[in-house]
Design a protein around this ligand. Structure first.
Ligand code: PLP
Length: 394
């Protein structure tokens, strides 16, 4: 018996544990401190009414003999795939229903997709980024190289033709930096992937936060992407489904490598290892994509966007450099006075009782930066920013 020794190479993720420990220790010593948490990446508003109603109805259907359903199609019900297809068609991206695979969220699919690729591949990951991309590949023993995202390139690295890569991760709007690629930036990656024969794994989990017209919300808005990209998306941030769990992955029919069709491989993988998302949840997700559902989701997103605006405005007033906040729930700021990201964390916690996320937890280029999220309440976000203003203008 041999275990997968690659697990020994995964770096322990101390980030959120460390944050929790520091906040707990501070609260114990200062029991009256009113701490505001702007570190979380989870939503706080309740589910949109359209999704709740649809899920309640679906639950009742399952309790009636005539409308009971057991196992569903592994790749998702037609009604939800059609709803996703229409969602894309609304912004000019034509997909076939069978190019869309419904899942229990983007995180699972981002990890599971790696079943389709040999361990002997070089993976290019932006730094800093959502840690799942690195850890899932370390588990499989793949070589990882990094694309440096820095203040100089607006945290939007461009491809480096001297760098060989087989699998390329792009996250736009980015977690943690909130930076969003314009069309030309994505087109450069598509061209590079084609030259390399590589596949882009495009994480669009935050696409619904893009407000600026002209910024791409799907990689398939870029010509040639169907031959080189798989797209992952989620109802988590769009419809508040972080706990309800639903997402989808698009694997175009046109995507082939070494004579194999990736869509066929993914279908085979999913039908073998996955038994589908609950019917009730899929009904809720489809309702979120209905005209009324979208309106409700956009109201919630608008609420978070207003928080992001308040955070950004405060930083503007303080003259603090940042990315994100406009087309993303994340604001990524440079720690003032050259502080490192944990020192700034401590300062904010101790002097303003505000909790954020140190950038160093997202990769080496995150050192010296800090993430604030817009997922809190309006009142608490405004209060937190008042405190930050007071602290940093001292
Ligand atoms: N991708 C990114 C960039 C994320 O930040 C997250 C969650 O925070 C996910 C994917 C996970 O999405 P899901 O809830 O659909 O698994």
């Amino acid at each position: 018996m041999k275990i997968n020794r690659n697990y020994e190479n995964i770096q322990d993720s101390y980030l959120f544990t460390n944050i929790a420990q520091k906040v707990r220790a501070y609260s114990e010593q200062n029991p009256r401190a009113d701490i505001i948490r702007l570190g979380i990446g989870d939503v706080t508003l309740p589910l949109p009414e359209a999704a709740v109603t649809a899920m309640a109805e679906a639950a009742r259907e399952l309790g009636v003999q005539e409308t009971f359903r057991g196992y569903g199609p592994e790749q998702g019900y037609g009604f939800l795939k059609d709803a996703v297809r229409e969602y894309y068609a609304g912004r000019g991206v034509a997909l076939e229903a069978d190019e869309i695979f419904i899942s229990d969220g983007a995180k699972s699919d981002l990890g599971n997709i790696l079943d389709l690729f040999d361990a002997d591949n070089t993976v290019l990951v932006p730094d800093p980024v959502y840690p799942v991309y690195v850890d899932t590949n370390v588990m499989a023993g793949r070589r990882i190289v990094y694309a440096n995202a820095t203040a100089e390139n607006g945290f939007l690295p461009a491809p480096n033709r001297a760098q060989q890569a087989d699998i390329i991760y792009i996250c736009s709007p980015n977690n943690p930096t909130g930076a969003v690629y314009p069309k030309e930036g994505l087109a450069a990656w598509v061209n590079y992937a084609k030259e390399q024969g590589a596949i882009i794994l495009y994480d669009a989990a935050y696409e619904a936060f893009i407000a600026e017209p002209g910024l791409p919300r799907s990689i398939y808005e870029i010509e040639g992407a169907r031959e080189c990209a798989i797209e992952f998306c989620s109802f988590s941030k769009f419809a508040g489904f972080t706990g309800t769990r639903c997402g989808y992955t698009v694997v175009p029919f046109a995507l082939e490598r070494e004579g194999a069709k990736l869509n066929k491989m993914w279908l085979r993988r999913q039908t073998t290892k996955f038994n589908g998302v609950p019917y009730i949840v899929q009904r809720g997700a489809a309702a979120a994509l209905s005209a009324e559902g979208r309106k409700q989701c956009l109201e919630h997103i608008g609420y978070y966007r207003e928080n992001a605006r308040v955070i950004s405005q405060t930083l503007d007033e303080l003259g603090v450099w940042y990315t994100g906040g406009k087309n993303s729930p994340y604001v990524w700021l440079r720690c003032p006075n050259g502080m490192d990201s944990w020192a700034f964390f401590d300062l904010l916690l101790h002097e303003a009782n505000v909790v954020g996320t140190p950038g160093a937890g997202f990769g080496k280029n995150g050192e010296g930066f800090f993430r604030l999220t817009a997922f809190g309440s309006k009142e608490r976000t405004a209060e937190a920013m008042e405190r930050v203003k007071k602290l940093l203008s001292r």
